[in-house]
Design a binder for this molecule. Structure first.
Ligand code: KG4
Ligand code: ZN
Length: 340
């Protein structure tokens, strides 16, 4: 048996998990910082780093308690080291290196996006590869071809806003609060997705890249009038808001579903996996399920508790990488960008 302790601090969630054999989550503790950032309408990096410092140590102790295990029973430490907010990543990486050194345990650096791409396999109990992985989060929207836990090839990604960012910006246009995804999702359930026809931006033929900034602008002008950026919100009834949320969610979901199916055609694989915060979206889950059923493609949706940022997915992927022989030393560094 292989037991890993995982640490995630790439953005505004502090999380520690203990996972056995890559599939069995013994505990997954998540301290969110919603209240801290809500009044600013977005994540304030410096506040996020400070909150990670205050919370992380307590979470490590609590995780060991809950999983009823002691440090010597941990086989390795996994930590998100890229991509993310540099100050936040540094807290997690420094803590993981300290634990690895203090407990004499191996260290495994984990790519946060790859963890989202493989999170649908937690609870599945076996590796679903080869598959097309759709990662839809607040910072990233990407399609990958996954052949193994350590063979993850990027097929396409957003050229501007991420899908979650579009949800957050639309929620801000509609004054619905932050983070926007869950509240837009909830309102959309009472709205008519066909009430407004927002653009589905597909870019050039065959492209697996995404663009969501035009859609966000279309919502802005729909609310305030063409070319205007204020003044229209008061005229909307609650039903108008629900319809807008539904029509916007449908436009995002349609693009994500079409591109995912295009990736299936281009790669010839028979399985789709979906992860990241926006993978919790109910319209996306419904539309993807319907299209995969129609096409005879098998679909693995990440369980809700592992969609938004969490350390279970870091410990799980860390466990698979560890078994495949991956190790990092104390020279492991945090990197804000994948390319950096
Ligand atoms: O994966 P995640 O926790 O963080 C990043 O790695 O970025 O994703 C957070 C994003 C936010 O933009 C949030 O609005 C969005 O996921 N989100 C949703 C839903 N729940 C969270 N978007 C649409 N529908 C949801 N139900
Ligand atoms: Zn994430």
């Amino acid at each position: 048996m292989t037991r890993l302790l995982g640490i995630e601090t790439s953005c505004d969630e502090t999380s520690v998990a203990i996972v056995e054999d890559g599939y069995d989550v013994r505990c997954n503790l998540i301290a969110t910082q919603y209240d801290l950032h809500a009044k600013y309408g977005g994540v304030v990096p410096e506040l996020a780093s400070r909150a990670h410092i205050e919370t992380l140590d307590l979470l490590v102790h609590e995780a060991l308690d809950q999983a009823n295990c002691r440090p010597f029973e941990i086989d390795a430490i996994a930590v998100t080291h890229t991509p993310g907010l540099i100050g936040s990543l540094l807290i997690g990486v420094t803590a993981a290196k300290t634990l690895a050194w203090g407990w004499s345990k191996p260290l495994v650096g984990v790519n946060h996006i790859h963890a989202h791409a493989t999170s649908a396999s937690i609870d599945a109990g076996s590796a679903p590869w080869p598959a097309v992985a759709l990662v839809v989060s607040g910072g990233h929207t990407s399609l990958f071809h996954v052949d193994a836990y350590d063979e993850i090839k990027l097929l396409g990604s957003t050229i501007d806003d991420a899908a979650g960012e579009a949800f957050d910006k639309v929620a801000s246009i509609l004054s619905l609060g932050f983070p926007g995804g869950p509240v837009v999702d909830k309102r959309a359930q009472n709205g008519d997705p066909d009430s407004i026809r927002f653009p589905r931006i597909m870019l050039k033929r065959g492209s697996l890249d995404f663009s969501f900034s035009g859609l966000k602008t279309a919502v802005l002008y729909h609310v305030h009038g063409p070319g205007k950026t204020s003044g229209g919100l008061d005229k909307l009834t609650p039903q108008n808001l629900d319809d807008l949320c539904a029509a916007f969610s449908a436009a995002v979901a349609d693009v994500l579903v079409d591109k995912t199916m295009l990736a299936v055609d281009q790669t010839g694989v028979g399985t789709v996996v979906v992860g990241g915060g926006v993978a919790a979206n109910s319209m996306l889950r419904r539309r993807l399920t319907a299209r995969c059923d129609e096409r005879g493609v098998s679909l693995l949706l990440t369980p809700f508790q592992y969609c938004t940022d969490n350390a279970a997915m870091i410990a799980a992927l860390g466990c698979h990488l560890f078994r495949l022989g991956h190790r990092d030393d104390l020279g492991l560094t945090a990197r804000a960008n994948l390319a950096g």
